[in-house]
Design a protein around this ligand. Structure first.
Ligand code: AMP
Length: 694
């Protein structure tokens, strides 16, 4: 349990009058707050008394900035918060009482066709409005304090009931008024049998008040973030020499440095903002940050890479940034170093914050570990970092987080798990990185990212990196970044790898192994090859075949134990083995600079993956070579490969062009005449790809 998970020491609602000043209860002046959070199984749980072990599941987090007690739900949303006080005159209309109820319980409050809610209104004399959100609904009660209190108690009772119609389970010990009868008996219902029957009868549906729902959403969003400390984002000192570079000079520099292109993706009309000039030496970027300079001098880099030259001024200025660049271009340091400066420069110092300041979300464990190692290599001001990934020791990760960390590098699945279990505080994050966004989308992490970002303050600085710029990534950028600047290296669609000589070979499925072993037997001693396959089973099959033939080989795929995966990568990096057979798990981001060859034993499932695979070689200014086996079953991807080869100045085999044409023709025929059954039509069968998993 982290240190902000404290006991809920708020009073029970039974004796609490509705708030007189609703908004003030969120500010420093409120003394006591009331939580109406829900239990796990759709039941309502009243707040627990101090020390009562059976009480609410609400977490009461002491806000270290405002000194106020606020009550957070599991997702970090505020359920309800009132304070002791009097209504305007004790009986006339008081400000509305608002609290939330899990969506699963709302039906019980509304009743069929709104019968129950009408009955509640009649019995209590209050007016009740319910708006349904994604997970919870908001209940608003209008009227005098007295009727509000009555209505609220009735709803509590109703929600606390069990799931069957008419069965109301009373939570043992959750409220002083309830006895110890903690069973799910049907007795004790506050509703008569006739009333229950009425609730099942059809009546016209209630209109949903979308306007008030939307208005409330924004209201609570604001309340959720209003007590956070102020944020500083601009840390850039443009040196005179950088400022003095003229437009032509800058244009020419961008052209010769991987054809860097910059853009302003600010929403709405109006002039684009000026783009900062690139920095061409480390001093130009970090002269005012000697700690950063020391690190750079220590590792002995000669000059910033193109992406760093252009990204550093933008991110140091505090802008959100999209960096489209292949891995191996130095993009990790492009976001890490400004992140260090950002964290160190916040008005509330790191040791006074109750959670991490930087979060890097990345798709795979391997990438997460690689970023962690970069983070430690350039460690700044003693910032502590933790790597949080599925398959790693969860307990150990939690322990490090509880002890206090500054930087969290995480895969979305595991972080979302810790978030849902309230084991990490994400509210303190002010610098967010979405690394390899395209890959995270491909791997289906969007829902987890969405949930994680609900708990990260919206005014943070966000950096997103991606190797490609497809529609999904654009949508993600629009959702999670605010008026970002963009810098990309190379072409915008698919960056063709022009430092790699790309060869395409056509063969039958049954000939593939012979091609591979022919290649392996002809390897030079200094050669290092990454062999890509489509399926885990093929990964095992090929690597054991090679072992049996006395070759030193490692394999990497998602079904291997984490320690084996780490060892395989280490052996390959350190050249203990010079052959690594891998699924697309290894196609992105892995930083092994001396891979001389990429061998695509199986054609990748899409062309983006092809670019990533081929990009594993020809890194850090070296040249590389790729060999891709293409069989008849790969014909539908032939057309995509042609422009990639053309853009990289590679030879396009005639057979590839013919293959692409045949597939086009086949598609047309299929549309006109429907599929030919059983492969008897003489055409090549369009094989499914559903087994591509890594
Ligand atoms: P990345 O694109 O972040 O995967 O970086 C690939 C490799 O480039 C890493 O090993 C970095 O340490 C290295 N690197 C980063 N910046 C520079 C630089 N300015 N000069 C030379 N190497 C660099």
């Amino acid at each position: 349990m982290s240190d902000w998970e404290e006991e809920n020491d708020v009073p029970t609602p039974a004796t609490t009058a509705p708030p007189t000043d609703w908004s003030s209860s969120w500010k420093g002046g409120a003394k006591e707050n009331v939580c109406f959070g829900m239990g796990n199984a759709g039941g309502f749980r009243a707040p627990r008394e101090r020390g009562d072990p059976n009480g609410s599941h609400c977490q009461n987090r002491r806000d270290s900035y405002g000194g106020n007690n606020r009550v957070f739900s599991r997702s970090g949303d505020i359920y309800a918060c009132g304070r002791r006080g009097r209504g305007a005159d004790g009986s006339t209309s008081a400000p509305p009482v608002t609290f939330t109820v899990e969506n699963t319980s709302i039906g019980r409050v509304i009743g069929r066709g709104g019968a129950k809610i009408r009955e509640l209104e009649e019995t209590s004399g209050a007016r009740i409005k319910i708006s349904k959100g994604d997970y919870e609904g908001e209940v608003h009660i209008f009227g005098s304090s007295k009727v509000q209190q009555k209505a609220r108690e009735m709803i509590e009772e109703l929600v606390a009931g069990d799931n069957g119609p008419g069965g109301f389970r009373r939570e043992p010990g959750c409220d002083g008024r309830f006895g110890g009868a903690g069973g799910g008996g049907r007795s004790g219902s506050i509703w008569s049998a006739a009333a229950l029957q009425a609730s099942l009868e059809d009546s016209p549906p209630q209109a949903i008040d979308w306007v008030s729902m939307r208005a409330n959403r924004h209201k609570y969003e604001e309340m959720k973030w209003q007590d956070l400390p102020s944020l500083k984002k601009d840390f850039y000192f443009e040196s005179e020499i950088v400022a003095s570079r003229c437009e032509e000079e800058v244009k020419a520099w961008r052209k010769v440095n991987n054809d860097i292109f910059v853009d302003d993706l600010k929403e709405g009309e109006g002039e684009k903002r000026p783009f900062p000039n690139p920095v061409v030496t480390f001093d130009e970027a970090f002269l005012h940050y000697p700690g950063i300079m020391e690190n750079i001098v220590r590792v002995g880099f000669a000059k910033p890479t193109p992406i760093q030259s252009q990204a550093w001024p933008m991110s140091l200025k505090g802008d959100d940034l999209i960096a489209i660049a292949q891995t191996g271009t130095g993009k990790t340091l492009a976001y890490l170093l400004p992140g260090f400066i950002h964290m160190d420069g916040q008005p509330v110092k790191r040791d006074k914050q109750d959670g991490p300041g930087m979060l890097v979300l990345t798709p795979t464990r391997e990438l997460a570990l690689q970023i962690e190692s970069e983070c430690n290599k350039y460690s700044y001001k003693g910032f502590k970092c933790v790597c949080v990934y599925g398959g790693g020791d969860r307990r150990a990760q939690i322990k490090v987080i509880s002890a206090g960390v500054d930087i969290v590098i995480a895969t979305p699945g595991r972080l979302n798990d810790l978030q849902m279990n309230e084991l990490i505080n994400l509210h303190s994050i002010t610098y967010l990185v979405l690394d390899e966004a395209d890959r995270m989308l491909d791997m289906g992490f969007e829902p987890q990212i969405m949930k994680i970002l609900l708990d990260v303050r919206p005014d943070r600085q966000t950096i997103m990196t991606s190797a490609t710029w497809p529609t999904g990534v654009r949508r993600m950028a629009k959702t999670y970044l605010k008026n970002p600047m963009m810098v990309y290296v190379g072409t915008l669609d698919l960056a063709a790898v022009n430092t790699v000589q790309q060869t395409v070979l056509f063969c039958q499925d049954e000939e593939k192994k012979a091609y591979l072993f022919n290649f392996v037997h002809n390897m030079e001693p200094e050669d290092k090859v990454l062999i890509f396959v489509g399926k885990k089973i093929m990964c095992d099959d090929l690597s054991s075949d090679m072992c049996l033939r006395g070759l030193a080989v490692q394999s990497l795929h998602g079904d291997r134990e984490q320690c084996d995966r780490e060892e395989a990568l280490k052996d390959f990096k350190e050249s203990v083995v010079r052959i690594l057979v891998a699924t697309d798990l290894a196609s992105r981001g892995l930083d092994v600079t001396d891979v001389t060859h990429v061998f695509n034993f199986d054609f990748p499932r899409n062309i983006e993956e092809y670019v990533h695979r081929v990009g594993r070689t020809g890194r850090a200014g070296r040249s590389g070579a790729s060999i891709t086996l293409v069989t008849r079953g790969d014909w539908r991807k032939a057309a995509d490969l042609i422009p990639i080869l053309e853009r990289a100045g590679q030879e396009v085999p005639d057979e590839l062009v013919l293959m692409a044409e045949r597939y086009e023709k086949h598609k047309r025929e299929k549309m006109m005449y429907g599929p030919r059954g059983g492969g008897g039509g003489g055409g090549v069968r369009d094989r499914g790809e559903s087994n591509w998993r890594f």
